[in-house]
Unconditional design. Structure first.
Length: 297
């Protein structure tokens, strides 16, 4: 069915004025072309839209229904150019954001707040993935941006968004659970519960270097922090965890600061592919580059 914008605008004008002459004046045209537009529209639709009265016209039942739809179409067309420009500029659209389970505790809330401030009309879709899976999804353009642990593979852009110290999680009945002063790693005689190299390579390598591979190799391995803390609670060992995880407050687990000689920080980065065609990502990337100097908040 071939309907023109001129026909729709002419129909709405006649419906508003209920008079062909006044509608023509409103449209800055003469009456005969307007009459032909409406007649052509009625032929196309196969229905009569107006009944003539002594002083003008009135809408038929079909005309009433068509008026509602015609107004909706014209309203959509009116906003379409601006909506299109906003999408092209990255002001609207969708951002697919991935994060690690540990990263969620550290920075996800602040990161989403920043995204909301910089791109308030953009819809966010969230996915939990370990860092290696995020890099693969970024390369395949299956996600737009990831909150990942280093090292960052070549070919990606990234910005440091968070850095925090490691603390020691110990069972509540452990000798080191008592006291306020920082503890030294050499004082920990139990096995360490370590990070799996498959699921948490970055934390695995850092913690193995801190406590010594010989002690780390015989420890329990876990890729998810809740699992590690459950093992700590069960008395199977101690674990080095990012400070933000203390917010979990697991019953039966105590957190201790590390001695300055053992202190070590871990980082989290926002990472994206420069090949992504998503305008919303490009807009956010501009803001993320500002984070280097100002931070997330």
């Amino acid at each position: 069915m071939d309907l023109s914008l001129q026909q729709l605008r002419g129909f709405v004008a006649v419906a508003a004025e209920l008079h062909y002459g006044r509608a023509a004046q409103r449209l800055n045209m003469t009456q005969p072309p307007l009459t032909r537009q409406i007649q052509g529209l009625e032929r196309t639709l196969g229905v009569r839209l107006f009944d003539r009265t002594g002083r003008g016209v009135r809408l038929t039942a079909a005309g009433d229904v068509f008026l509602e739809h015609a107004r909706r179409v014209l309203a959509l067309l009116e906003v379409a150019p601006d909506a299109t420009r906003r999408a092209a500029e990255g002001q609207t659209g969708t951002l697919r954001i991935a994060f690690t389970a540990i990263g969620a505790y550290a920075v996800l809330a602040d990161f989403l707040t920043m995204v909301g401030k910089r791109t308030p009309a953009v819809t966010v879709e969230l996915t939990e993935l370990v860092s290696p899976a995020q890099f693969e999804a970024l390369a395949n353009l299956e996600i737009d941006i990831g909150l990942v642990r280093p090292p960052i593979p070549a070919g990606f852009e990234s910005v440091l968004v968070h850095s925090e110290d490691l603390v020691l999680a110990v069972p509540a009945d452990h000798p080191l659970a008592v006291g306020e002063s920082p503890v030294a790693l050499v004082d920990v005689t139990d096995d360490y519960i370590g990070y799996s190299p498959e699921g948490s390579q970055y934390l695995h390598d850092i913690c193995a270097a801190m406590i010594g591979m010989d002690r780390y190799a015989v420890s329990q391995l876990a890729s998810q922090v809740p699992t590690m803390l459950a093992l700590v609670r069960a008395g199977l060992g101690c674990a080095l965890i990012p400070r933000s995880i203390m917010a979990m407050r697991v019953e039966g687990v105590r957190y201790r600061e590390l001695d300055a000689a053992d202190a070590h920080s871990v980082t989290l980065h926002a990472c994206w592919s420069p090949d992504s065609p998503n305008p919303a990502l490009q807009r956010l990337a501009e803001s993320l580059r500002e984070v280097r100097a100002t931070g997330l908040t």
